[in-house]
Design a protein around this ligand. Sequence first.
Ligand code: 6OG
Length: 182
Amino acid sequence: WIAYDKVKQYTNAFVIQNDSKILLGYKKRGFGQGLWNGFGGKVDPGETSAQAAVRELQEEAGITAPLQLRGILFFVLEGVDTAFHISVYSAYEYSGTITETDEMRPEWFSIQDSLLPPRNPLTTIDHDAQAEELPPIPLDKMWADDEFWMPLMLARRYFVGRADFGADNKMRRWWFGATPAS
Ligand code: 6OG
C-alpha cells in the first residue's frame, strides 16, 4: 500500500434552495478549469475547514451562508503525490449578493428529479417555486465523482467517498457510502 504523506485539505460548498435549485460556479482558472463545481479551496494553516468553507464561499461567490458539513471525499490522482481531502458543505439559505469573481462564474441550476429521493406522492409540489426555467445540473461538465455523491448530499445524508483518478482525469476506482436516509 501507499502512504500519502502529503494530504491537502480542501472545502467545497453548495447553496440549495427549495430542493429545486442549486448554485454552482464555473471555474475560470486553475485546478478544475472549465468545470462546474461548488465553491471552495484550500484550508489555510490555523483555520478550521468550516471557517475555510465560509471564507471561500465569500471570496468566490460574494455570499455568506450557514454551511453544514455534509460529507467527506478523498481523492488520489495518478502522478500526483498529494492526496485531496475535501469537506463538502451545504446550506439552504444565504445572505449577500451573488457576485462573479476572477475565479468563478456563479449560476443557478435546477435539480433534476433523477437526483432527488423519491417524493412522497401525497406531497404537494410548489409550482411557483419551480416556475423559473433553469438548466439542469450539468453533470457532464463536472468532476466525474459528483454524480455519485450529489444525490446523497441532496437527500441530506452524511456521505464519505474515495475516488482514484487516472492521468487522463477519468475515475479508475471509487467507493461511496452514506448514513441511512432519515
Ligand atoms: P482551488 O484550486 O480552487 O480548489 N475539487 C474537487 N471537487 C470535486 N467535485 N471532485 C474532485 O475530484 C475535486 N478535486 C478538487 C476542491 C479546488 C476546488 O476543487 C475541488 C476545491 O473546492 C478530483 O483552491
